[in-house]
Design a protein around this ligand. Structure first.
Ligand SMILES: [Zn+2]
Ligand SMILES: [Zn+2]
Length: 335
């Protein structure tokens, strides 16, 4: 006997699985669901058209105006600075030329006085005459000099450094949590596996009991190696070391994604680890205890403990740090 449509009270023979509701339906109900699905396209068209209109009528001038005003203010300030500088140099020039002429005026007066003294006394020597003549010639030359060129202005073009004005572009958030896709792939959790996971831009690193596994984007196991060490508390990726970092109970391990080799690079005494994260140059690892500490390790040239951040900097005496994440110069702590 053929099976019936799964819709309530429908007795017609089922003809196929409906894509929209994942139910087995008869032809009529399949058609109805199909029409219903197609009808949902219309409101979507309306929405995208509204967004299109909004983009077209966007007031670009208004978006530009506020920042443009800042640029304009900067221009005015620059002009003011140039004007002020120009005025200073004009004053220097005036002062210099006037002083120079004043000097000649003094010299001229001195000689006039000398000549009139000699005339009044009705007495002079050949030496006086020669000396005065020479001084007058000298004055003549100086006057000519002043008339022709007593000062020269040298200028260099104003160099405008492109970094004087820079545009900081607002980054559009790529990840919108409201539009996360539905489940892409699922991988079964094997009993006894540790729950930490991390990734680089090629692989996802997880523990699938009893192995440490690298998975590709399709969640296929690409490489694996037996994990025969203590429990895993956390993992992170260091692009600088080009290694995965695995935090064991007391130890820090480096995993080479090419060879899947495991190197034990640090052992902590009498305490245990909780979580880890990496910057370009530093590995941070928190301790699993009340009043948790954060240990800061240099990554180069070898992994080496640099300092311990203790409570009350990290948390209070009664608190635990359960996870830490480094991003963009900040360390976020979940306490
Ligand atoms: Zn359906
Ligand atoms: Zn039906």
């Amino acid at each position: 006997m053929s099976q019936a449509c799964t819709m309530n009270k429908c007795t017609r023979t089922l003809r196929g699985l409906c894509d929209c509701c994942q139910q087995n339906l008869c032809l009529q109900h399949l058609n109805e669901h199909n029409i219903e699905l197609i009808s949902q396209l219309n409101p979507l068209t309306d929405e995208i058209n509204i967004l299109g209109d909004r983009l077209e009528t966007l007031n670009i001038q208004k978006i530009i105006a506020i920042e443009r005003e800042k640029l304009e203010q900067w221009r005015q300030d620059c002009y003011k600075k140039i004007d002020l500088f120009f005025e200073q140099k004009c004053q220097e020039l005036d002062q210099f030329v006037n002083e120079r002429i004043d000097q000649q005026r003094q010299e001229l007066k001195r000689i006039q006085l000398k000549i009139s003294e000699l005339i009044n006394a009705q007495e002079t020597t050949r030496h006086d005459i020669d000396s005065l003549t020479s001084t007058i010639r000298q004055l003549e030359r100086r006057f000519k000099n002043i008339e022709e060129k007593c000062v020269t202005i040298h200028t260099r073009p104003l160099l405008i450094d492109g970094t004087l004005v820079s545009l900081e572009k607002t980054i559009q958030l790529e990840l919108d949590l409201s539009t996360l896709s539905s489940v892409y792939r699922t991988i079964h959790y094997l009993k006894g596996s540790f729950i930490s996971l991390t990734c680089n831009d090629r692989y996802l690193l997880i523990h699938q009991h009893p192995n440490l596994c690298l998975l590709d984007r399709e969640l296929n196991i690409v490489k694996q190696t037996l994990w025969s060490y203590s429990e895993i508390w956390d993992m992170c990726w260091s692009s600088e070391l080009d290694r995965f970092i695995v935090l064991g109970k007391n130890n820090i391990y480096l995993i080479n994604e090419n060879t899947m080799s495991i190197d034990n690079v640090h052992k902590i005494e009498r305490r245990t680890w909780a979580s880890c994260t990496c910057s370009d140059t530093v590995l941070f690892a928190s301790t699993n205890e009340r009043a948790s500490s954060i240990m800061e390790f240099a990554l180069f040239p070898t992994i080496k403990l640099r300092r311990e951040w203790k409570y009350p900097v990290t948390c209070t005496k009664d608190e635990f740090i359960s996870d830490i994440v480094y991003n963009n110069g900040n360390l976020a702590l979940m306490i």
